[in-house]
Write a protein that binds this ligand. Structure first.
Ligand SMILES: C[S@@+](CC[C@H](N)C(=O)[O-])C[C@H]1O[C@@H](n2cnc3c(N)ncnc32)[C@H](O)[C@@H]1O
Length: 290
């Protein structure tokens, strides 16, 4: 990599090459993000001023970050945060790194809400960083939300993310086992539960297998165990007319739709993510409107 007082351009090129050689899928993007983070620069500063000189000390700091990425640590873990929808979320070892596909759940809910100013009650089961709940609260100015996670560390991280995004007044996070013991009814219940079949976990990419918490991934023998529990709980959690939206893994939408139908939900629909994969199953408690 670059020597003393290298240019930003040279540092960027050598970082990209190192990541490419290590088999990282998006070397250009990852190199830029690590340089921004390592040098404390904005994207504009990195992109528009490639001849800027970088001290050896700064270059060494970036090289250390690049080596972590070359060892397959995800960029979000290295920089400690991740953008999701319109918000920024801090990550900890207790939280799954939010994925862009999960924004499908946010879209699925918003599309069914005719009045975004309504005082809705939201529930997020398996909240992790709080990403789904906080993204929805950011769009629904009079809504309040409860996020539940079995991991006390995740519940704590989500509460901190609520504060970071100015949403702490409207969000509460608690440790719990899905919807067990919850009282009251919710207008919206969302969840992105663990859905990887246990036997598939060893074969996941190292970025996921070695850095996301196991209990955020493991969905039991067929990956569907959490859906069976949540589907059973939904009729007791949803207000009349309330909406449930669940993220699903590839190939799981049909079975999850059946589980929701068996629980008595109606208006069941499946939404695809930007890659065209069936990613969210949505249903309503009560008779179809109209
Ligand atoms: C796939 S992650 C999703 C996290 C976050 N909602 C997101 O979309 O990025 C699943 C989450 O469910 C939590 N979880 C696993 N088992 C649970 C249970 N029995 N009750 C509540 N949460 C659970 C995990 O700790 C993890 O945070």
């Amino acid at each position: 990599m670059s020597g003393p007082s290298a240019s930003l351009r040279a540092l960027r090129r050598s970082a990209e090459q190192r990541l490419r050689d290590a088999g990282v899928e998006t070397p250009e993007l990852d190199a830029r993000l690590l340089i921004e983070h390592g040098l404390g620069l904005t994207r504009e500063e990195v992109v528009l001023n490639p001849e800027r000189s970088v001290s050896e000390l700064d270059a060494a700091r970036v090289r250390a970050l690049v080596e972590r990425r070359a060892a397959r640590e995800p960029v979000g873990r290295i920089v400690g945060q991740r953008a999701f929808w319109t918000i920024e979320l801090a990550l900890t070892p207790d939280t799954l790194e939010p994925r862009p596909d999960t924004e499908t759940v946010v879209e699925a809910v918003l599309a069914l809400l005719p009045d975004r100013k309504a005082p809705l009650r939201l529930l997020d089961l398996g909240t992790g960083t709080g990403c789904i709940l906080l993204a929805l609260l950011a769009e629904l100015p009079n809504a309040t939300g409860l996020g539940i996670d079995v991991s006390p560390g995740a519940a704590k991280a989500a509460a901190r993310n609520a504060a970071l995004n100015g949403l702490a007044e409207r969000a509460v996070f608690r440790t719990g086992d899905w919807g067990a013991g919850l009282t009251g009814r919710f207008d919206v219940v969302v969840s992105n539960p663990p859905y990887i079949p246990s036997a598939d976990i060893a074969g996941l990419q190292p970025e996921v297998r070695d850095h996301d918490p196991l209990r955020a991934l493991d969905g039991g023998p067929d990956g569907l165990e959490p859906y069976r529990i949540i589907a059973r709980q939904l009729p007791g959690l949803l207000a009349p007319g309330g909406i449930a939206a669940l993220e699903v893994g590839q190939g799981q939408a049909g079975e999850v739709a059946r589980l929701l139908a068996t629980s008595g939900l109606c208006e069941i629909s499946v939404l695809r993510d930007l890659g065209g994969v069936e990613r969210c199953v949505r249903g309503r408690n009560g008779l179809p409107v109209g």
